[in-house]
Structure formats: structure tokens, C-alpha cells
Design a protein around this ligand. Structure first.
Ligand SMILES: *Cc1c(COP(=O)(O)O)cnc(C)c1O
Length: 380
């Protein structure tokens, strides 16, 4: 057995990426526009399989920022955001000078709790401010409670900015994640299910909104022979080189989803006999996750010898195997701690006991054998 580092999630090339990148060089489309950009947008629109419009951007974070701008979020506005997530879901709220309001998770999908969401909306309205947008997240590729969150959002007439950065290839009731928001966001960062080395996309329901996002992403240039600007611009467009990588990756996206789901099956079997460790599973068949990362919850009062998730993480580290605690909730982060929070301790408890395990679509049999051995030895 080799002892190479096993990563949580690393880039996995399909083979044709360089062909598209070569085409970009051959035609000198080395710019934040070109046939690969339009091609990738088309590929994604076809893949999402709904009446949607896709704008390729430099990152998922940029897409969230532009999403907030398109929804009219301005300084002093309040925006509701899932607390347990990557900080990139929430940072753009601050870019706009707006105020994040954080919501706890529910235990079934680990995503935004619909009850805490409604409680927050009612309370914010009673304090004189109706939130401008809701940002729920499909953590680790597991869809949030789509119907329940939509129902609450519609009852109060608040748009949803769907953070689908981790969930390309996931679906709920047969519909693809990335199509459930009034505006949705995808990421192609190096660790995501497919990568453009770095990149993201905004998904809209109308061509006008997509065009508006692209306008903002290319420095908000008015129609004029000189450079003229009536609005704040951003440099957020995807480059034609990165989009070339993305076109190659789209060819293997479904294979990657199958492989990641296979890793989830692998861990289900690996932990079946282990006391005090639960592999995270979805509530029912409506949920079709890409299982971007497979996660476990370690309950030290049930494990042999009271072993904790942190004991396991440190043990894996000695074997050159990367694992990571679940996202630390935003309401516990120094930068966000002073903002309003609604809910209980679901996400805090998950953060204490949860661990993400290596889940890449490129895990080899040797990698899996090392993981199995580690689990066997550590949990006895
Ligand atoms: C990765 C990620 C983002 C940000 O995407 P980038 O492309 O890295 O900017 C946003 N939200 C979540 C939940 C993510 O995992």
C-alpha cells in the first residue's frame, strides 16, 4: 500500500479538458469571453433541464454577490442565511453593507430549518424590517427542505437565493438542484464536484436577469464607443480558458456523481458494525444527493472507549488522510457573532460531533483499503 495523501476532495480531470483549452489557445480566445464560455453556459442549461439561463462567472462567491445585487439588496437591508455553511454564503451580504440574519439547521438534511426561518421572518417584520432575501444551502450536496422553505418564502413574498455551490448533480423529486431559487448559484472551485480550477455560475429564470448579471460582471459598461458607466461594475466573468476546463468536466459530471454516491455506499458499509458512528443519510427517496462529501456523526457516549470525532480526525492525520469537521456555523464565527440568530443548537451539535471524510470521485481501491483499515483499527 502506498502512503500518498488522501484528500477530502481533489480535482478529477475527465480527459477532454485540455482539448477545449487547446482550442482556446489555437483561436486566441484567451479572455473573459469566447466560445467555451458560451458553450459551458449552454451545457449547464441543458444539464439543469429547466427553463433557466446560466451566466458563467469567476467564482460561486461572485455569483452570490451578483445574486444579491439582482435581488436589490442594499446597505442596511437584512438577508436571511443558513448558519451552518461555508462563509462564502454569507460574506457577500456584508459586501453589500447588508445585515445577515442566521438560521439554525434541522436534523433531517442539516440545512435551513423552515420553522426557525418563519420565526425569524415574523420577528424581523415585527421589528420593522422585512428581510430582502433568503439564502438556503444544499450542504454536502444534500438538498434542503425544498418544499417547506419555498412555502415559507412565498407566504411572506421573499425571494430565495439558492446556494447550490456543493450540489451540482443533486436533485429533489426529479428536479435538479440549482433550479429551485428565484436565483441560484453554482461553484466550480477546485474541491467541488466538477472544477474549472476556479469558477462559478449564476442561474436565473429570465434571459434579462442573466444579461444583467453578465453586465455587472464585465464592469457595467453602458452602450457607448468610449467607456461609460452608470452603475458599479465588477470583474466577475469567467475566462474562456477556465470555461474550457468546465466543458471537459461537464462530460464526466454524471460519472463523478455516481462515484461520489459510491463513496457514500462504501462508508455506509464500512461503519455498519461500528457503534456510535452514524453515516449521514437522506430522509427519503425524494432526495437525490450528489454526496459531494460523505459525513459521519460520532457520538462519544456510544463509541468504545468514548472516542470522539476529533480523536478520529487526529488519527487519520497520522495516516496522511485528510478529514474535516463539519462547517462551523456562521453565528459562532468571530466575524458574524454579533448578528441576529434564530434557532437552537442543532448546527452547534453537528459541528461538535460531525466529520467529513475523503469522498473524491478519484479515490482508488488502495485509498479505500487504507480508509477501511483505519476505521477497523481505530474503532476496534
Ligand atoms: C464553495 C462554496 C461557495 C463559494 O464558491 P467559490 O466558487 O469557492 O467562490 C459558496 N457556498 C458554499 C456552500 C460553498 O461550498
Amino acid at each position: 500500500m502506498n502512503n500518498d495523501k488522501i484528500w477530502l476532495s481533489s480535482p478529477h480531470m475527465g480527459g477532454n479538458e485540455q482539448t477545449y483549452v487547446q482550442q482556446a489557445f489555437d483561436t486566441n480566445w484567451v479572455a473573459p469571453l469566447g466560445p467555451n464560455v458560451t458553450g459551458l453556459e449552454q451545457d449547464l442549461e441543458n444539464y439543469l433541464n429547466e427553463e433557466v439561463f446560466v451566466g458563467a462567472l469567476s467564482s460561486g462567491t461572485a455569483a452570490i454577490h451578483l445574486g444579491l445585487i439582482l435581488l436589490g439588496v442594499k446597505a442596511g437591508d437584512e438577508v436571511i442565511c443558513q448558519s451552518m455553511t461555508f462563509s462564502a454564503s454569507a460574506n457577500p451580504i456584508l459586501y453589500q453593507g447588508a445585515v445577515p440574519v442566521f438560521i439554525d439547521s434541522e436534523p433531517d438534511t442539516w440545512n435551513m430549518c423552515p420553522d426557525a426561518l418563519e420565526e425569524a421572518i415574523k420577528d424581523r417584520i415585527s421589528k420593522g424590517k422585512k428581510p430582502k432575501a433568503i439564502i438556503p444551502v444544499h450542504l454536502y450536496g444534500v438538498p434542503y427542505k425544498i418544499d417547506e422553505i419555498r412555502e415559507v418564502a412565498d407566504r411572506y413574498g421573499i425571494p430565495i437565493l439558492e446556494d447550490s455551490a456543493e450540489a451540482l448533480g443533486s436533485a429533489y423529486k426529479g428536479r435538479k438542484c440549482g433550479t429551485f431559487g428565484d436565483i441560484s448559484v453554482l461553484s466550480f472551485n477546485g474541491n467541488k464536484i466538477i472544477t474549472t480550477s476556479g469558477g462559478g455560475a449564476i442561474v436565473t429564470k429570465t434571459r434579462e436577469l442573466k444579461d444583467r448579471a453578465v453586465f455587472f460582471s464585465t464592469q457595467s459598461r453602458d452602450q457607448a464607443p468610449h467607456y461609460q458607466h452608470s452603475e458599479i461594475g465588477y470583474n466577475y466573468r469567467m475566462s474562456n480558458i477556465c470555461a474550457g476546463i468546465g466543458r471537459g468536466q461537464m462530460e464526466v459530471l454524471d460519472k463523478h456523481v455516481q462515484a461520489r454516491r459510491g463513496m457514500h455506499d462504501f462508508y455506509l458499509a464500512a461503519f455498519e458494525q461500528v457503534q456510535g458512528v452514524n453515516v449521514f443519510e437522506v430522509p427519503n427517496e425524494d432526495y437525490y444527493p450528489n454526496f459531494w462529501l460523505t459525513s459521519i456523526v460520532v457520538n462519544p457516549s456510544e463509541t468504545k472507549g468514548g472516542k470522539t470525532r476529533e480523536d478520529f480526525r487526529l488519527y487519520l492525520e497520522t495516516l496522511n488522510i485528510e478529514s474535516r469537521p463539519l462547517w462551523k456555523p456562521m453565528h459562532l464565527q468571530p466575524i458574524f457573532a454579533s448578528y441576529p440568530y434564530y434557532g437552537g443548537k442543532v448546527s452547534e451539535k453537528l459541528f461538535d460531533d460531525g466529520l467529513c471524510l475523503p469522498s473524491g470521485s478519484n479515490m482508488t481501491q488502495n485509498d479505500k483499503d487504507r480508509m477501511l483499515e483505519a476505521i477497523k483499527v481505530f474503532f476496534g
